[in-house]
Design a protein around this ligand. Sequence first.
Ligand code: AHR
Length: 505
Amino acid sequence: MPTATAIINLDIEGPTISRHLYGHFAEHLGRCVYGGFWVGEDSPIPNEGGIRLDVVEALRALDIPNLRWPGGCFADEYHWQDGIGPREQRPRMVNTHWGNVEENNHFGTHEFMALCELLGAEPYISGNVGSGTVREMSEWVEYLTRDGDSPMVRLRKANGREEPWRVRYWGIGNETWGCGGNMRAEYSADLARQYATYCRDHGDNKLYRIASGASEADYKWTETLMQQISCFGCEATPKNFFQGLSVHYYTLSGPWEAKGSATEFTADDHYRTMLSARRIDRILTGHSTVMDVYDPGRTVGLVLDEWGTWWDVEPGTNPGFLFQQNTLRDALVASTHFDIFHKHAARLHMANIAQTVNVLQAMLLTDGDALVLTPTYHVFEMNKGHQDATSLAVHLSADDARRTVDGAELDTLSASASVKDGTVLISLSNLHAEEPTEVTLDLRGGTLGEPAARILTADKLQAHNTPEASAAVSPRAFDGVSVTGGGLRLALPPHSFMTVQAPLN
Ligand code: AHR
């Protein structure tokens, strides 16, 4: 059996793990919004004002901190004024990015803000730079956040909302290097400055403006943005045009043209996937290194506002709807990402998995009135204690929990730890497809009380949940953790994710 040791320094506190690293993303894409979040007030599916209540209830259990909307690529062809006022009078459009289907704009600003209120999540609105105008974006901020009396405030009130909402997170374009306008970094950086100038802080609503950032390892893009970030000598407060910049990274097991099935894959495909997932560590390091040069005080945030697995769509479904199943492999991609996010918490302010319902690496899959919690959902739930916790230093010695994949080394154990309110939470993933790993948790600088562990695993990596077998992959208690002199010991089953929680003595 492979063995690995994790030294956990209970007295060496790292950065706070922002709860926003557990953020979400809902785009007008396939059945994410329509059928996923939104069924309309006349639906037989229980809803509040058109919003599906089973979805809300499931997501509330995750304590989701924020929700990004309306895209994605869709954001750059979305005109917000089409999505306000009486629904039947709202103009329609074609969603050219996703399936070429007609969008009726029934889910708009008021519906999104109502959804955020039901979820207890902060809104993260992604504004249109690709095909919109500076005025349009500026007015959207005014409509949402201004108090008192103004043209946009009067319009909002006429549409039934008296008080302004609070909106902190504001995206200035999406993938401006691609679907958001096919721009050069220099042009995109100039536009980000221009748009950010007119996205005003109204009253005490302070925006956190997020400039459209790099794809994967495009560090030059990040450098170009960072060179343009400061508003030297101008009267603006804060002095930076934008407070964060984004990066997108998706996990694939092969080339873009042959992404493979979500449910039918080999152990080698799995290891390639894990290698791809682990690449996010180098990518975050690369962008952070560039940002450190221009912002050594780390005031500007890196925002990974799209991440997750991307497989071929399920057979027979619309290729433009990006509907995929979700197996234990996806869960391990998520848990591995979180270990890496915790390590980068000083610079990484936010991360948003793509996407919350029915699209890509979803938390929830719906089929008519049926709702399925995916294995990825369970990782978010089991890990939620890390939100706003203090990260703890973890030194992994993979010993022989390691293998060579396509000429590269892959550690098959992943781990992270944090402490909050006197409770330590340790997350462990065994990425090995077939073998358990003997794990020693060598605790230094303190001791722990009685541990309680939960495990997420199944007989095979391809296991997934369906309406007929909704608990095929679901967490259960694990009683195999033994307390040793200096720590804990356990055998982590193959392809499993585990959390161990214990009071700090
Ligand atoms: O999440 C799906 C799409 O992936 C988003 O719309 C886009 O930003 C990215 O390319």
